[in-house]
Design a protein around this ligand. Structure first.
Ligand code: SF4
Ligand code: SF4
Length: 362
């Protein structure tokens, strides 16, 4: 597990728009390995919080519908990659039904939003009703992965850096959401439309689903202007506009995102710093009498307001030398010399950030 660049977790489409901070290297997230999802139970009958497998095998964590920005919908519609064929079909179908279709992009429907609010605290990770419309069954589950939205790109169920790691990834997500919104606004304005969040601002009745509108509000022609009846073409045009932004426009976005980028830098540096002297927190490990310790880690899921416990085994020779008085760098050298095992920095970060190794305060 080598460190990787932050940019490696971001869909390639966004790379030309990202500031230098995204070139920083950080530990990977090996405990969130989606193709071999460790969070799913074998069957729906076996779903349990106690064994660390709280999600259903036929939903995983995709019980969420992303807000796809206008230019991303256009990217999907324009792409001829066979890997995106199913996603393209699903977006085209959504546009035909005209549900959740706005100048801002392809959004969850109003009905879905209400359902999510009502049942996500118990149904996240398991409710078929909440399953994402772009989900496909099989090893790889996303039909629009190449053009995934910020939440789908950057939500990890477990963080190697514990709370610090969660805070760090949230800062990266905040930047990507800021970038998404900036690009979405530019595209809509350049097409002559007014990008207003359809659900975030209740004073715009015209942006609600036509099936939900109880007043005459602004009629559909006001919202879509010349794009009425040509919504797929509109999304494709948004994509073309964003692909052709000039360097000055891209720099302008980066200038506005300066504070968010700075926050990423600070959190990334803080996450990888570990104390010089560490000792083992024996309350969090158990001797399994086979020369190993069982290490238990608790993760809190905000949306479910529940914690899950997950565990793994480590040879005793890796943890025992952390006695609080020998330097961490010397212990790493000692383990390499005596057992030919290299303790990579990300392992130390994980053990420290998860509380297994604690600062001995020397
Ligand atoms: S992020 Fe979702 S799919 Fe990936 S490992 Fe975690 S629960 Fe599974
Ligand atoms: S868009 Fe893809 S990754 Fe995101 S929730 Fe849907 S299926 Fe999952």
């Amino acid at each position: 597990m080598a460190f990787k660049k932050i940019i490696d977790s971001i869909p390639e489409f966004y790379h030309p728009f990202l500031p230098d901070v995204f070139q920083m290297t950080i530990p990977p997230e090996p405990f969130s390995s989606c193709p071999r999802c460790p969070m799913i139970a074998e069957s729906r009958d076996e779903i349990s919080f106690d064994n660390g497998k709280p999600f259903a095998p036929d939903t995983k964590c995709c019980t969420f519908t992303p807000r796809l920005p206008n230019y991303m919908a256009g990217a999907i519609l324009s792409d001829n990659d066979p890997a995106i064929r199913e996603g393209k079909k699903r977006i085209s179908d959504r546009i035909r039904t005209d549900k959740g279709i706005f100048p801002n992009g392809v959004y969850p429907t109003g009905e879905y939003n209400k359902l999510y609010q009502a049942i996500s605290s118990t149904g996240f990770g398991r409710s078929i009703e909440l399953l994402c419309p772009y989900f496909v069954h099989g090893r790889f589950n996303c039909s629009i992965w190449k053009f995934r939205e910020a939440t789908c790109a950057l939500w990890f169920c477990k963080h190697i850096g514990g709370k610090k790691g969660a805070e760090f990834w949230q800062s990266v997500m905040d930047y990507l959401k800021f970038l998404q919104e900036s690009l979405m606004n530019i595209a809509a304005f350049k097409c002559g439309l007014h990008p207003v969040d359809p659900y975030g601002e209740g004073s715009y009745p015209g942006f609600r689903e036509s099936s939900e509108r109880r007043d005459n509000g602004r009629n559909i022609a006001d919202i879509w202007k010349k794009w009425k009846g040509h919504k797929a073409d509109y999304y494709i045009r948004c994509y073309e506009i964003i692909c052709n932004l000039d360097a000055g426009e891209i720099q302008n976005i980066s200038n506005h995102g300066y504070e968010l980028a700075k926050r990423i830098e600070n959190l990334a540096s803080g996450m990888v710093t570990i104390p010089e002297f560490l000792s083992v927190n024996r309350d969090l490990i158990r001797d399994d009498q086979t020369g190993h310790y069982v290490v238990e880690i608790t993760s809190f899921f905000e949306i479910l307001q529940k914690s899950i416990v997950w565990s793994f085994r480590l040879p005793k020779f890796i943890l025992d030398p952390f006695n609080g008085i020998t330097k961490t760098s010397d212990i790493v050298k000692l383990i390499l010399e005596s057992h030919s095992v290299r303790i990579e920095p990300e392992i130390l970060i994980a053990l420290y950030r998860q509380g297994i190794l604690k600062d001995s305060g020397i």
